[in-house]
Design a protein around this ligand. Structure first.
Ligand SMILES: *Cc1c(COP(=O)(O)O)cnc(C)c1O
Length: 359
């Protein structure tokens, strides 16, 4: 141990945080992390492995990932005028954004929302303000948002669209109002774009303070760690200064590019998952002991009405099904659980286990 106590070495915010906990999922039906459950078709996998042979892993990767950037622009319809920043997952982009802000900046996000916004802001010692969503609909509470924006003048606002963990799309007009009244940047986080029919990418030219962030994780490439952010050149330029030079490794650059070039199978998998989402939602709606919330993502949030969520979660786990218990976060998530949409047989196993847990 160092001679100085840890209390004097580390920021107080860091000392008081807890590390992001990831549950051990071995031997479970894993429906806790919004992953695509499908692997790749064999012929495509063979061609991918072939393409990796030419990868020069003795060299540093392309620091700008130019070839991959072209494929990402094409696959996501990013306007030519918008600049691009790639990250080691969109988690890293959140970190880059917040690291670049002034030390006294305020960061604002609706809550419940994606926990990394708060986690990273706090670890950097920034002021973080969560604004509660409306209890019944999980929509933005606009009077509260207007008041919070006027009061804390946030340098950056995060809006997840669709939102995690609630799964809904916020009213687009409300987001446009936030873009109009925000004094700083507004990041629309479209991590679940493959499962939603709505996007702000088309608005990039209209709002100079809009940044749209996406990831390939929920599409089916979570292991590769790749996210990206599109927006005004003058803004994105500043972020590139904070980014580490080789943050996207060569295998990820080649593999994501390959997957996007052969992307038909990923779209088919997404379509299947959307169909399964409708079936799981319908089944949950038929259960009198739970309330399920409509979702535009690859997961569904539901509330247990007559039993503690922790007990239902534990029963599912004992039956071999791992989902996410959000109830410990409290507030609007009291007694809420979140299930990721999996393969048909996994969803059936979840629904059977839930039925048994609710008896
Ligand atoms: C999963 C998720 C992310 C993180 O994505 P990665 O690219 O895997 O880091 C970001 N935002 C939201 C809202 C998410 O749900």
């Amino acid at each position: 141990m160092p001679t100085q106590p840890l209390e004097t070495l580390f920021r107080s915010e860091v000392l008081s945080m807890s590390a992001y906990h990831v549950a051990d999922a071995s031997n479970f039906i894993k429906l806790d992390a919004m992953e695509n459950p499908y692997s790749w078709p064999e012929d495509i996998q063979a061609r991918w492995l072939e393409s990796l042979k030419t990868c020069p892993i003795n060299r540093y990767p392309d620091p700008e990932a130019k070839t991959l950037a072209i494929a990402l622009r094409r696959a996501n319809g990013i306007p030519e005028q918008s600049a691009l920043l790639l990250g080691n997952g969109s988690d890293e982009i959140i970190q880059i954004l917040l690291m670049a802000l002034s030390a006294d900046a305020a960061v604002l996000a609706p809550e419940p929302g994606f926990v990394m916004y708060r986690q990273v802001a706090q670890s950097l010692g920034l002021r973080y303000q969560g604004v509660p969503l409306l209890a019944d609909s999980f929509q933005l509470d606009m009077p509260a948002m207007r008041a919070a924006i006027a009061e804390s003048r946030p340098a950056l606002i995060f809006i997840a669209y669709p939102n995690n963990p609630t799964g809904n799309l916020f009213d687009a007009e409300a987001i446009e109002e936030i873009l109009a009244i925000a004094p700083g940047l507004v990041v629309v986080d479209e991590a679940y774009a493959p499962f939603a029919d709505a996007s702000f990418i088309g608005e990039l030219g209209r709002y100079p303070n809009l940044l749209v962030m996406r990831t390939v994780s929920k599409l089916g490439l979570a292991g590769l760690r790749l996210g990206f952010l599109a927006g005004e050149t003058a803004i994105v330029e500043q972020l590139h200064k904070v980014r580490l030079p080789y943050n996207i490794n060569s295998l990820t650059q080649i593999t994501v590019g390959f997957a996007l070039d052969h992307g038909e199978f990923l779209l088919e998998q997404t379509q299947t998952l959307r169909g399964e989402r409708a079936l799981v939602f319908q089944a949950l709606q038929g259960m009198p002991d739970v309330q399920a919330y409509p979702s535009a993502a690859n997961f569904i949030l539901f509330r247990t009405l007559n039993q503690a969520a922790a007990d239902v979660f534990a029963s599912l786990k004992a039956q071999g099904v791992l989902i996410k218990n959000l109830s410990p976060q409290g507030g609007l998530l009291h007694n809420c659980l979140r299930v990721t949409i999996g393969k048909p047989e996994e969803n059936q196993a979840f629904l059977s286990a839930l039925t048994a847990a609710l008896k």
